[in-house]
Write a protein that binds this ligand. Structure first.
Ligand code: SF4
Length: 100
């Protein structure tokens, strides 16, 4: 069976995202990795994450709702218009940053 994927290059981060065919939606959909277990960073050391990822204690939101995710956090921005992958631009404590 043919495997489809989508290739992204964003600020030094390079990744291929597998696509699977969803019969109900009749379209190919990106299958996202667990960025916590398999992290990807930009060349400036910012981590990629997913819009639906659960919030972290360092997030910041305008909306005081109870449930938050990365996609609604002010530090999150998408890497492209047709994906849910984005970059977290929160300045992390030194011990959590990627070593360059
Ligand atoms: S975008 Fe970054 S700071 Fe915001 S909730 Fe996600 S991981 Fe935390």
């Amino acid at each position: 069976m043919e495997t489809k994927s989508r290739h992204y290059e964003f600020e030094g981060a390079v990744l291929d995202v597998p696509l699977y065919y969803d019969k109900l939606a009749d379209m190919y959909i990106e299958e996202y990795r667990d960025f916590k277990e398999n992290p990807v960073w930009t060349s400036d050391g910012y981590p990629l994450t997913h819009a639906a990822e659960d919030d972290c204690p360092c997030g910041d939101w305008d909306d005081p709702q109870e449930f938050h995710d990365c996609g609604s956090c002010r530090y999150f921005s998408l890497i492209a218009s047709d994906t849910l992958i984005g970059v977290c631009r929160r300045e992390m404590p030194v011990q959590h940053r990627r070593k360059k």
